[in-house]
Ligand binder design. Sequence first.
Ligand code: V47
Length: 354
Amino acid sequence: MKKIIEKVKNNERVDLKEALRLYDLDLFSLGSLANDIREKRWQKKSFFNINRHINPTNICKDICKFCAFSASRKNPNPYTLTHDEILEIVKNSSKEGIKEVHIVSAHNPNASLEWYMEIFSKIKNDYPHIHIKALTAAEIDFLAKEHNKSYEEIIDLMIKNGVDSMPGGGAEIFDQEIRDYICKGKVSSKEWLQIHELWHKRGKKSNATMLFGHVEKRVHRVDHMIRLRELQDKTGGFNAFIPLVYQRENNYLNVKNFLSSQEILKTIAISRIVLDNFDHIKAYWVTSTVNLSLVAQNFGADDLDGTIQKESINSAAGAKSAKGLALKLFVSLIKNSGYIPVERDSLYNELSIY
Ligand code: V47
């Protein structure tokens, strides 16, 4: 263990076995290693943005066992928003000063490719200053297969219609056996990584998530991080890593044991150490809870996502995030935890320091 700690302190890369061993460290020694890395890069700054989540449809051809958002037997309320309804949401949010829309849908076979794409150009046309973060690699894979297009063709359409960056959703866990158990039939790990690589090759940025705390083991989490690190070495196109803590309600994944806060913090800290080529580690307050995200700032995380305004995917599974977080409260919580709230844009340019 001493050797591994020395390596981390000397900024040397740890491999899968070494990263796994780090879980055996006590919580605060591990946290302190990760915090040193965080503070060297960002001192006491904690980033967030003023954003709005929009989920245009919940009708989905895939059945992911962990998902409580898509219309199903457990959640029988199918909806598909019209473009006018979406534009009305953006209009109202724009008045409140959002800088980003984060648009993610389910995989709706009844909606046309035009329905998916045109909303981006409509938003871009009316609100050119708003950054559009939209379409996960899982959605791109779905659209390509459903409409007989290549990934490159879908990516070209996204860029042509004004999508600025890709969110990190749909990564789940890359280990194929676990993946087949929790979301069989969805984009494979190889395809997810390939789509992000193609996106980065176009000079665009994206994020990467990891869904953990369900049936995976520690080794699968570290394996997931290392696959992301390898792609980041090649492209440098990822902005942030976002570990998503599994939410347990209203879904078909029958998980009996839930993660302790210690295990969540250790995983965030290890991600800060393993992902030495990622600038940002995001403690997503929606799935980590607000309080634990604030603590995670001391365990390697430098970003807390944003105000969100309306959250549907994780709140459907039990997260307390349906109405987002008010800006004033967000800022005061970060300040009160001893960090400096920095409002950023979607590409991490600093907009204002509170
Ligand atoms: O891909 C679904 C996850 C993701 C559950 O890129 C669940 O900036 C926990 O990707 N428990 C969507 N997680 C959210 C997402 C995201 C969020 C914030 C910022 C960014 C970004 C991306 O939510 C899905 C899936 O992995 N999810 N169900 C659940 N029961």
